[in-house]
Design a protein around this ligand. Structure first.
Ligand SMILES: [Zn+2]
Length: 107
């Protein structure tokens, strides 16, 4: 098998079936006074995350969940074909051989 055809992270070689994505985008918060009550000097601004603003992404780094290296980057809100191709290739790895992604969202 050609090295470029090998599934898994090209940097560390781990068999991964997911990527982490760090996106630069605008977020919307509800802002309130987080009062210290006993000492107004210690009051702070509280932020309750509401949602990210749709269409505001300017840059995304796609990262290996095992070694933390950036494998792909994209500008704006796009669906990079190279990421789709990577994940298609990665998802042929049997689950018991893949590096577990402990941070995967379980719902
Ligand atoms: Zn890696």
């Amino acid at each position: 098998m050609d090295e470029t055809e090998k599934p898994g992270c090209p940097k560390c070689g781990a068999l991964i079936t997911t990527l982490k994505a760090y996106a630069r985008e605008e977020s919307f918060y509800r802002v309130y006074l987080d009062s210290a009550k006993f000492d107004p000097e210690l009051d702070t601004i509280g932020y309750d995350y509401q949602q990210c603003v749709e269409g505001s992404t300017t840059h995304t780094d796609f990262i290996c969940p095992n070694c933390g290296e950036t494998l792909f980057s994209s500008e704006a809100d796009t669906q990079p074909q190279e990421v789709i191709d990577f994940l298609r290739k990665a998802n042929v790895i049997p689950e018991d051989e893949a590096v577990p992604d402990e941070e995967a969202v379980k719902e």
